[in-house]
Design a protein around this ligand. Structure first.
Ligand code: FAD
Ligand code: NAI
Length: 466
């Protein structure tokens, strides 16, 4: 038995590694247990980072092939070296994951490589390559993340039928990629392979893509993706898949029932959501309660068992890296006796397609359902000089403000750099900003952020440039 940890974190993803570093800053003696062989979790290894690198690289390829000529930049013989693109991605991933090992050393966090199992409050067994270690600790923080949700009848082999992990590793550009699930992963990975030359068809169970986002965003996104060559089958379910020598035959039918049809693909991506990962953690033995797979916690991230805490994808809420990170920080601050909290109304979410889609706060549909009176300010990027000068005019900024108090309740952007622009509004919302506060803040010219200011002005019909 090894004594003396204040905290053992199980899982070295954005939730776990950030919690471990923050806990060490607070003076705790911390270990982080990770079984993957590298730190950084889903996000750095097979999620946020490799997908964003492929989005970046495929964008560069597509621009060189189709975008440069208009700008007077003449290119000849632009060709794809997919192997090099994948190596470049792997280099970025390994640089960043090793960076976290460095941060652990700097912050004196013990990195324990192996699979963690909770034996009881204060006891974690780690299965090592050879043998095991038993860690003795005051607190345990579960940050074991999530995995791709399987679709019955569509067996993943990570070659022809892939999850996002396989879609980040394809050896050649498929002639036709069918994406099951028109959510974030489906659209981001679909965009990568579309830009590299694949025909992409999205099959979505509901009657719209990005179904949790503001309806106007999802409608605009679908229109823009159609222009980019995507095709869509909405309100459709996949009932079976047969792998053939050349590809995959899918059987689909209307979600409400009806005549079945066959859809052929070279590669099928299953991206119908993710589910919490708690296999082998010992939760049942220890008596930690779950609800539909998610670990149940109170507002302080404590499970029902004293000394055991949980954060990130394994608990309720949006499955986002920044949400996991912030929960990690707040959980260990609470653990150490500090006051700390997260405003869940101010967590931005971004889809890194081109154009990007970004949201914070409530959608129009949510405000209507809650019976709240609100005002809408909308401004198109067509009327923003910087967007026009940089070749991107699709999309808009939409700000929703309370009719009585003018407090910003939500914002939804589709357009260039939407993911960066949303931060300004999230910050404003954290401070309880009104649309007037944003409208009266001086914004540099010419910037994309001026579209945010104009949308804030538009809440009272005072926009200047549209
Ligand atoms: P994870 O990152 O999943 O980390 C959990 C870690 O725990 C894993 O490394 C796992 O190996 C380890 N583990 C599990 N069980 C044990 C055990 N018993 N013992 C030891 N170790 C264990 N989010 C964004 O915000 N922005 C994005 O752009 C984005 N892009 C994404 C793209 C893709 C393709 C995917 C799949 C996800 C993306 N996400 C994105 C979501 C993001 O990756 C997750 O929300 C985030 O990683 C969750 O962090 P976490 O720490 O809770 O869990
Ligand atoms: P998702 O929840 O975003 O989308 C899943 C989609 O599949 C939904 O539109 C849903 O209606 C549909 N669907 C569900 N069952 C279906 C079925 N049987 N047939 C057809 N369609 C079906 O999940 P996704 O895309 O798998 O991503 C998982 C999570 O990973 C996201 O929720 C997000 O939190 C995170 N992520 C975040 C990214 C970002 O922040 N940019 C990028 C990628 C992933």
């Amino acid at each position: 038995m090894e004594h003396g940890y204040d905290l053992v974190v199980i899982g070295g993803g954005p939730g776990g590694y950030v919690a471990a570093i923050r806990a060490s800053q607070l003076g705790m003696n911390v270990a982080c247990v990770e079984m993957r062989g590298t730190l950084g979790g889903t996000c750095l290894n097979v999620g946020c980072i490799p997908s964003k690198h492929l989005l970046h690289a495929s964008h560069a390829f597509h621009e060189a092939k189709h975008g440069f000529a208009k700008l007077g930049v003449v290119t000849k013989g632009v060709a794809l070296d997919l192997n090099q693109m994948m190596s470049s991605k792997n280099e970025v991933v390994s640089g960043l994951t090793q960076g976290i090992e460095f941060l652990f050393k700097k912050n004196k966090v013990d990195y324990v490589q192996g699979r963690g199992e909770i034996l009881g409050p204060g006891k974690v067994k780690v299965a090592l390559d050879k043998g095991e270690r038993i860690l003795d600790t005051k607190h345990i923080l579960i940050a074991t993340g999530s995995e791709s949700t399987p679709l019955p009848g569509v067996e993943v082999d990570e070659k022809k039928i892939v999850t996002s992990t396989g879609a980040l590793e394809l050896k050649k550009v498929p002639k036709k990629l069918v994406v099951i699930g028109g959510g974030v992963i489906g659209l981001e990975m679909g965009v990568v392979w579309r830009r590299l030359g694949a025909e992409v068809e999205v099959i979505e169970f509901l009657d719209k893509i990005l179904p949790t986002m503001d309806a106007e965003l999802s409608k605009t996104m679908q229109r823009i993706l159609k222009k980019q060559g995507f095709s869509f089958r909405l309100g459709t379910k996949v009932t079976g898949a047969e792998t053939t020598r050349s590809g995959v035959n899918l059987t689909v039918e209307p979600a409400k029932g009806g005549k079945a049809e066959q859809v052929e693909a070279d590669v099928v991506l299953v991206s119908i959501g993710r589910r919490p990962y708690t296999r082998g953690l010992g939760l049942e033995k220890v008596g930690v309660e779950t609800d539909r797979g998610k670990i149940k916690i109170n507002s302080h991230y404590q499970t029902n068992v004293a000394g055991i805490w949980a954060i990130g994808d394994v608990v309720d809420g949006p499955m986002l890296a920044h949400k996991a990170e912030d929960e990690g920080v707040v959980a260990v601050e609470l653990m150490s006796g500090q006051a700390s909290h997260i405003d869940y109304d101010c967590i931005p979410s971004v889809v890194y397609t081109d154009p990007e889609v970004a949201s914070v706060g409530r959608t129009e549909e949510e405000l209507k359902a809650q019976g709240l009176d609100y005002k809408v300010g909308k401004f198109p990027f067509q009327a923003n000089s910087r967007a026009r000068a940089s070749g991107g005019g699709d999309g808009f900024v939409k700000i929703l403000a309370d009719s009585d108090t003018d407090q910003v309740l939500g914002a939804h952007i589709i357009g260039p750099d939407a993911g960066t622009l949303i931060a300004e509004i999230a910050l404003g919302m954290e401070f309880g900003a009104s649309s007037e506060d944003i409208a009266r803040t001086c914004h540099a010219h010419p910037t994309l952020n001026e579209a945010v200011k104009e949308a804030a002005l538009a809440v009272e019909g005072r926009q200047i440039h549209a």
